[in-house]
Design a protein around this ligand. Structure first.
Ligand SMILES: C[S@@+](CC[C@H](N)C(=O)[O-])C[C@H]1O[C@@H](n2cnc3c(N)ncnc32)[C@H](O)[C@@H]1O
Length: 437
């Protein structure tokens, strides 16, 4: 038997989804040579495809003992470790991959996702320091090096590294949201502005960069433009669930817990429910059992496509949520949830007024917002990422001005990001049972 030919047969069968034939071929290879590095690697991937992640990790590690210089195997090992909930080991595997192959794009992008959610990276920083020294024309290395320095608390060096990365041009790593956020957090507002202006000049139709620029410049904006939200979330939809999981995002669970408690207290299901800004549908399955009919509404078709795949919603509507609540609806709602979406609306008065119109008497809204606290006298504030935070007193004022009762709120941690907790509020408003409208 020609070992290499048999291995190629296995790979071809594997690609075509014929796992049995692939397994036979890989086992033949390993029978002839039990230490065959590629045979072990591909058999590991096959085990992963068959749902046996632990076997996959063991086989790929064994393969790497035979050939430690296989960047793809290291990247694959990182992916499986990440999915198996072992982010530190995954980060180490990706780091070894880029050490071997400094232009391994996939491994860099994986490092980026993990670093954004990490709280420390002591093992990685020396490796990245060495890589930027050896490969100074590598924007992805500078980007992750900057992020790594920031996590280690070296603010100035981090800002220098990110500026270096931006010098490669607006088409490289032109993620205006992220870079603007980080440069502002590092005290380099001017540089963030300059970068955003360049992107807008090169691409005047870029809604994301235009809004970001307005937010960093401090322009008076009372909500994020629809085009911006749509374009940002359409692009983000493929990785949204993964990225948010990495950030310890808990808002859907926190809102669903409140829904569960309310359902238990009233001992009934909510007949008509709407999830405002449902996104990829993280909240839908968590509240489904408490709902008669569940409708999701969102501006982003990309996010809605993901939500549709969950089969948790009876209706999914593409549209702007305030306009939807104001429209001539076929039914009014018993319950509305709104998770991590009001951060794209600053002025909440139109929302509360429209909500009152769309709710049945006695209906409830349970929603999350980012918490604006401290000495400021503002009701809401937009940060350099274009996300709004609100004060609880403002939420109460808007609700009451729309003839809704502000029942309660509680402070929570919504997620963590760049090593810090993001504080939020879960609040609860109700339309009075006896209402004039
Ligand atoms: C951060 S995501 C949260 C998604 C989901 N609620 C969750 O918790 O996973 C915010 C979502 O709100 C949607 N959104 C923002 N502003 C909106 C608006 N004015 N009308 C409808 N959807 C909006 C976005 O498209 C995005 O899908």
């Amino acid at each position: 038997m020609q070992i290499d030919a048999r291995l190629q047969e296995g790979i071809a069968a594997h690609r075509n989804g014929n796992l049995e034939a692939a397994q036979d071929a890989y086992l033949d290879v390993l029978k002839a040579d039990p230490d065959h590095a590629d045979g072990l690697h591909f058999l590991g991937l096959l085990h992963f495809d068959a749902g046996h992640a632990d076997n996959a990790i063991a086989l790929i590690r064994k393969s790497l003992e035979q050939n430690s210089a296989n960047a793809s195997a290291l990247n694959n090992l990182g992916n499986i470790l990440k999915i198996s909930g072992q982010p530190s080991d995954a980060l180490q595997a990706y780091a070894k991959a880029v050490e071997l192959e400094p232009r391994h794009e996939e491994a860099w992008s994986n490092i980026n996702v993990l670093l954004r959610a990490a709280t420390h990276n002591d093992d990685l920083l020396p490796i990245l320091t060495e890589i930027v020294r050896l490969d100074p024309d590598n924007p992805e290395a500078w980007h992750n090096y900057g992020l790594s320095l920031m996590l280690a608390g070296h603010k100035d060096e981090a800002a220098d590294a990110l500026e270096r990365c931006l010098a490669f041009g607006t088409e490289v790593y032109a993620d205006p949201v992220w870079h603007a956020r980080v440069l502002c957090a590092l005290g380099r507002q001017e540089r963030a502005l300059e970068h955003l202006e360049k992107i807008v000049e090169a691409d005047p139709e870029n809604e994301v960069a235009r809004y970001q620029l307005a937010a960093v410049r401090g322009d008076e904006l009372d909500h994020a433009p629809e085009d911006y939200v749509k374009s940002h979330f359409d692009k983000f939809s493929a990785t949204f669930d993964d990225v948010l999981k990495g950030l310890g995002y808990r808002a859907p669970e926190l809102v669903a817990e409140e829904v569960g408690t309310l359902a238990a207290n009233t001992n009934e299901r909510f007949e008509d429910v709407v999830d405002l800004g449902c996104g990829t549908g993280l909240c839908g399955p968590l509240i489904r059992d408490h709902c008669g009919k569940l409708t999701g509404i969102d501006l982003s078709p990309g996010m809605l496509k993901k939500a549709a795949a969950l089969k948790a919603y009876d209706f999914l509507v593409e549209g702007e949520l305030v306009a939807f609540l104001e429209s001539d609806l076929p039914t009014r709602f018993d319950l509305a949830v709104c998770v991590d979406t009001l951060c794209y609306l600053g002025n909440l008065q139109p929302f509360m007024t429209a909500l009152h119109k769309a709710m049945k008497p006695g209906a409830v809204l349970i929603a999350s917002v980012e918490h604006l606290s401290g000495p400021s006298t503002e009701d809401f504030r937009v940060d350099s990422t274009g996300r709004y935070a609100h004060t609880p007193s403002y939420l109460r004022r808007c609700a009451e001005a729309a003839s809704l009762s502000y029942v309660k709120d509680k402070t929570v941690t919504l997620r963590h990001e760049l090593g810090k907790e993001v504080h939020g509020l879960i609040f609860y408003v109700q339309k009075p049972r006896v209402s004039n409208v």
